[in-house]
Design a binder for this molecule. Structure first.
Ligand code: NDP
Length: 680
């Protein structure tokens, strides 16, 4: 059998040796051979930096987001063949959808986040402008720009599609090229995924490369601009993190490693209650999905001491219904482990766990399988242990990376928290309870050792995504033993691939650098009203100044009557005077905002299509009857929408009174048309 090719330097590389065999997890047949022999690793990194990086740098966040969406749709059309290969890794169809559809879902999700939360630009401006001098001539702001290196992504064997895609999506959106290195055992599936990504023709050359096999001397060529994202065993993570080049060049290094995740049953849960059933069902699901080969799987089930017998009885009854075997058979609920070696590894870990607990379900040496040879395929029974002394160290230290969990009792809430924390850093934890106080105490008590915590009960049971499911919008990773890294988490995952730089300058220069108008930067009030300009004609700094308008007592009374807002500060002179902030009746803030709109508007039909909101509204100085207000409205940020006939314009609005004091400040958000026929 020919060895898998790697995609490097813009071409499919044929290994210079025969490679080592990789076997089908179900039948034991050889699926592929794998080797990276002959790849020049320095050249791979160089190709990413010289071709991929610059090509991505030419695209805005929105353009990259649009490509991610097209890629996701393309992969979705080809998912059947990914499922078919996935079955050879031992995965059931359910497991495969988790991996394949989950991975495609991450692309869709990042595409949507990119369009909604990032600008249609190549620089991300983070946080507000910080005034640094009293006179307003010296200000600071943070900008994020992509690292000019390569994201080296080392993946574990258990999620050959989701794993690479959850790392690729944020890197691509940030503008950083990826080098994907799959785990040997399931590399043939990632190989097909990358073949599809390349053949889609959507991705700029150099933005994705694939190394099948070992990475050779690649780490020796890493620079300060490269990143490594690693998923796998804590031991390998540790070894790679301490590579001298990684240390010397401060290479950003994220580790997502195996952890001893727990699920805690609340003391409020009677057997037969909704929460009790949810707990048991979730425990069994976590043991059997992907045959328990999930970094987030529940390894420790912590239950009130007086419920341990009930939980064990309910869980074993449920496990007895799990049919193990060839994932191609429709009745099969749990497939094989990824390899025979992995099964041996789990059996070894089980021996250590049995020093502390007893087996209450399953036999590590024997399992009835459907439609497959139990010895040639890497099949293993689900194995449930019970450990009545929760202070034994093994359940909190030994991870059997397979369908293995231990049930442990706790007496008090404090003890439940203490046991949860004994995993010394977990990716995910769950608390199954309808008791809000218990949930708060456990979540806050255990949070500093958890990356993610799910509180599950009858109220969210229908919609809940499960203990183990990482979500693109939320952080995936955990402290301590879990590696100390963070992946995904929405835009956080994108920013991880970018350098944050504090820029200090005068407002005009800062505005020119960020592309956003800031207070103190020049304004253009010279030509026509900005509402008469199409998106392409509008410039940051285009301003309309309108007013003054006198605000009268009749206006205030009319507004109070008309809207029903008769709050005393607007209607009762004496009561208003007693208020520490006012010297008598004041205008409604909303009246000021409404008058401001009446002042700055250009009413005739034109390029401005709609006002879709206000942000950051603050009322700063009271407006008294007789005050005169003036409004200054300035185009602050212009965001063309890729493929749409309009874009978004954020306007800075400053309403001032006759003394020049700001009465109200806010951003107005509008949709503005592109010139007819312009959609790009
Ligand atoms: P490893 O840590 O050995 O491998 C993980 C990844 O690292 C693979 O892609 C592997 O490639 C690669 N790798 C290994 N050594 C090097 C190296 N020197 N330089 C660069 N890359 C390297 O984990 P396994 O996949 O073998 O799984 C072992 C254990 O890890 C499991 O039993 C489980 O406990 C844990 N695990 C944790 C996961 C998690 O998500 N947190 C997921 C999977 C496993 P190659 O395969 O080619 O060696």
């Amino acid at each position: 059998m020919a060895a898998l090719h790697s995609y490097v330097n813009g071409d499919w590389h044929v290994p210079s040796d025969g490679g080592m065999p990789v076997h089908d997890a179900v039948t034991g047949e050889e699926v592929a051979r794998i080797s990276s022999a002959g790849i020049d690793m320095a050249a791979v990194l160089d190709h990413g930096r010289r071709r991929g990086g610059p090509a991505l740098a030419e695209l805005t966040f929105h353009q990259r987001a649009a490509l991610l969406k097209s890629l996701a749709s393309y992969l979705r059309e080809h998912r059947e063949e990914l499922y078919a290969l996935s079955a050879r890794t031992g995965a059931t169809l359910g497991d495969s959808t988790f991996d394949v559809d989950g991975g495609i879902g991450v692309l869709f999700s990042y595409s949507s986040k990119g369009r909604r939360e990032l600008p249609n630009d190549t620089v991300y401006v983070e946080g507000p402008v910080e005034p640094l001098g009293k006179g307003g001539t010296f200000v600071g702001q943070h900008v994020c720009t992509p690292l000019r290196g390569v994201a080296v992504q080392i993946n574990a064997f258990n999620f050959p599609v989701w794993g690479p895609l959850e790392k690729f999506a944020p890197a691509f959106l940030a503008g950083v090229p990826s080098v994907i290195k799959p785990a040997t055992q399931t590399a043939y599936l990632t190989h097909r995924l990358v073949e599809l990504m390349v053949s889609s023709g959507l991705l700029p050359e150099g933005s994705v490369q694939l190394i099948c096999g070992g990475v050779g001397d690649l780490f020796d060529h890493l620079t300060d601009q490269d990143l490594v994202s690693f998923t796998g065993s804590a031991a390998t993570g540790q070894r790679l993190r301490t590579h001298p080049v990684v240390a010397a060049n401060s290479v950003r290094f994220t580790v997502e490693a195996d952890s001893l995740n727990c699920s805690i049953l609340g003391p409020d849960t009677e057997p037969g209650s909704a929460e009790f059933d949810l707990f048991v069902k979730q425990l069994v699901t976590e043991m059997t999905v992907k045959a328990g080969q999930k970094c987030t799987a529940i390894r420790r089930a912590l239950v009130p001491a007086n419920r341990i017998d009930d939980v064990v009885a309910a869980a074993t009854a449920r496990l007895a219904k799990v049919v193990v075997g060839n994932p191609a058979s429709p009745e099969v609920r749990m497939g094989a482990l990824a390899s025979l070696e992995q099964r041996e590894e789990v059996r070894r870990s089980l021996k250590a766990l049995l020093e502390a607990g007893t087996l209450v379900y399953g036999d590590p040496e024997r399992v009835e399988v459907v439609d497959a040879d139990p010895e040639r395929g890497a099949f293993l029974s689900p194995l449930l242990l019970r450990c009545d002394d929760p202070d034994q160290p093994q359940p909190h230290e030994v991870e059997a990376f397979g369908p293995v969990s231990t049930v442990l009792p706790y007496q008090t809430t404090a003890q439940a928290v203490d046991l949860a924390r004994r995993g010394r850093g977990s990716l995910a934890g769950s608390v199954v309870t309808a008791d809000t106080d218990f949930a708060r105490e456990v979540v806050l008590g255990a949070a500093s050792r958890h990356g993610r915590m799910l509180v599950l009960n009858r109220h969210n049971a229908q919609e809940n995504t499960g203990h183990g499911s990482p979500l693109p919008a939320l952080v995936h990773g955990g402290p301590g033993r879990a590696g100390g890294g963070e992946e995904m988490g929405g835009v956080r995952g994108v920013l991880h691939h970018m350098q944050r730089t504090a820029v200090q300058a005068d407002p005009a220069v800062l505005s020119a650098i960020t592309g956003q108008w800031v207070t103190g930067a020049p304004r253009n009030t010279g030509d026509q009203h900005p509402f008469r300009k199409y998106l392409e004609e509008l410039r940051v700094g285009d301003t309309v100044v309108a007013g003054p308008r006198r605000v009268t007592m009749e206006d205030i009374e009319h507004f109070a009557e008309f809207t029903g807002d008769t709050f005393y500060a607007h209607t009762d002179e004496e009561a208003a005077r007693a208020n520490p902030f006012f010297d008598g009746r004041v205008a409604h803030g909303y009246l000021v905002v409404s008058f401001a709109a009446g002042l700055f508007v250009d009413p005739d039909p034109g390029p401005v299509l709609a006002n879709y909101g206000l942000e950051n509204l603050r009322f700063l100085t009271p407006t008294y009857p007789g005050d005169e207000i003036t409004v200054t409205m300035t185009a602050k940020q212009i965001t063309p929408r890729v493929g749409a006939e309009h874009g978004e314009v954020r306007w800075d609005v400053d309403v001032t009174n006759q003394d020049g004091a700001s009465v109200a400040k806010y951003d107005v958000l509008t949709l503005v048309a592109k010139r007819p026929g312009e959609q790009g």
